[in-house]
Design a protein. Sequence first.
Length: 574
Amino acid sequence: MTVTVYIDQTSGVDAAGRGTVDQPYQTLAFAIFLTPAAAVETTRYQIRKASEAQYDAPTQSATKKAKKDAQGLEKKRLKAEAEERESRERQEKREKKLEESKKIVLVEDLSLPTPIKSKIVRLVNYRDKRVRVCGWVHRKRDQQDIMFVVLRDGTGYLQVVFTGQTNKTYDAVTLQLEAAIELTGTLKLVPEGQKAPGGHELVVDYWKVLGPAPGGDDAFTNKLNEQSDPSILADNRHLVLRGETASNVLRLRAALLSAFRSTYAEHDVIEVTPPCLVQTQVEGGATLFKLDYYGQPAFLTQSSQLYLETCLASLGDVFCIQESFRAENSHTRRHLSEYTHLEAELAFINFDDLMTHIETVICESVDKILANPATTALVKTLNPSFTAPERPFKRMSYSDAIAWLNEHGILHEAEDAEGNTLKDADGKPVMVPHAIGDDIAEAAERQMTDIIGKPVFLYGFPAELKAFYMQKMPRKEGETGPVFTESCDLLMPNVGEIVGGSMRIADGPELLAAYGREGIDPKPYYWYTDMRKYGTCQHGGYGLGVERLLAWMANRYTVRECSLYPRWPGRATP
């Protein structure tokens, strides 16, 4: 009996077709593929290229090609069947293994030596001893009847070996990355020729799961990977922190702050803790976060400088490591809305002393980190090419910087009287040379620093570009032109400005005049002004952005990687 099968190459459907006039297939190969081998010769195939065309028998060459393609489809079918069969067998084998694993109950052998509980970082003291450690499953690898786990406890990493019954329990079979576990066993040196963190591994004799982690769609590796979108990484910052790079950056951050504190102690600079809730501005009202404080207006601090200055007469030189907040709608890679501000104020110094002090504190703190093998390893892991900065730092006046930028063809965007960027006929910004009085833009500043390739102090900025409290540079009799301040910015390659500092106005009447010039009501600043009334002295200080310095040391693209939970415009979670 002859059967007719229809193929419409335009409107037919292979998978859902039936080969009828109403439901034709799309390809001749698929039609032959579905035809039983014994019926191919008695089957009549009718094919058309378009719905409006008439059906006709396929040509010999088309049939020959279709039969070859059908053989390929058959091979794919057989392969899929084999894979499905293997998958089913694996699943059955896994289910059987799971059922068998439920019968195995580990019991700690109390006849063995009592284990010594230790953190991973201290284990080198307990080799060939029985120890107990806790941590999270950082990596996992199954190898025949052995399971290798890299454990992480925050102090380090440990290779763990599961064999025998310890590798056959239900917990072992279902163990997932990031599960919290407790392990007991003997700490052994790794066999010669093999490597492991710390040079040793734990051979487990007893263990248990303290906090399981999910598998499947919720498995840790399905939540995050190296290709994850930045917004996903930001939303899951709490999980990103478990990665080696993120945790190494935070370890280096802790070491950096510790080194600074040690350096300050050596220079007799004492730490204080100023308030974060304030009712005065420091760097301009436009960047203040305002809030209601029991019915009164208050702000999150932009800087602790004013409070540090009040401590000089009682405590001498002081510093703080405190959060500062800037309501600046900036999305650059070096800006945060909340950042860690390392600030210091020093009494009885001059401007040259101030820059020398900044240089000294940074260099000595970096030297401390590089003198410690553990923290040096952190730096080299994150930034293999890092070297300590050479002293003395280059010093370049603002006026010389303007000239340097023009000599090197580095231009800036022209602005109108209202500060709007001027555009050309094509809508592109009009670029012009720098001139005295210009606020050197971040891009130009960073470009200059990268070309110079080493730390640079820019100093002597025009008064109109700086805050009200900055001391003006002395002027010669009859001198005219711009008024410059005893102010400085420290610029680092690849990052730009990391420190801003200045000498502070010491004279009371001069400070009052500065309030008036800026339109600031002096009444809320009475406590700050009083310092000039009760024993004023020449003094200066600075603020250092910890995240920026860390980005320089760890070679991070953005300061967002250098904060535990970074905050920037639009981001205040998690």
